[in-house]
Design a protein. Sequence first.
Length: 124
Amino acid sequence: MAFWRKLIAPLFCCIVFIVIFISLKNSWIVVRDITPGPEYGLLLFLLPGLLTGLIYRDSPIFSSLIGALISVPVCTALRMVFYPRVRPLVQEVAYATSAIFWCVLGAMLIQLLFTAYKQFRQHR
């Protein structure tokens, strides 16, 4: 069972990452209406890390990092094939890097919560 969790956690993170990417690029999830401005939709990339951390508690940070790194080339290929290019490639790389950061941060938050809970239960 542990082997399958090691395999499923990054794949699950990859699938959720791609679904969020497609949802944001198709405007199925509208986070803001003003075009030049901050990308609040990047906060949705916390979800793959959070869910990966809940599935695989042994190393959620590594699993979410691997899942995000696997999904970035897929998302870039989808972006180049199906969506018009409105941003330069450097900006797309920055967007992907930010998405990876938020995904791993979600896993870090889960690990922090589990560690804090264990410490709380130990000192009770």
